[in-house]
Design a protein around this ligand. Sequence first.
Ligand SMILES: [Zn+2]
Length: 114
Amino acid sequence: MNNYCIACETLITGRSDKKFCNNNCRSDYNNQVNKDRDFPMRRINKILKRNKLILSRFLLQETLSLNTSILTAAGFDFNYYTHREKDEMGNLYTYCYEYGYAKGKEHKIMLKKN
Ligand SMILES: [Zn+2]
């Protein structure tokens, strides 16, 4: 039975248990597998980092009338966050890493850094 390299599909000569024709093909193939496997995590991390950056920017600016539509317009994605925590007042804060927001009345947003 003939063996073909699973990276480049070249016919492999020699030992029949070889999966790759050479080390380049082996590392190309493994890199591609790792890339595909890590892709969802990288995509989500990117969104979380952007969310965090947006929160940190608005926290610095101390925007008084900050609301959900301003955050959305800035590119904030409310579907992605790292954790939730209630503060001592009972407000539920949603965090992207160390930056959190809580929804107040009339879509108002409160920010904090932990
Ligand atoms: Zn090959």
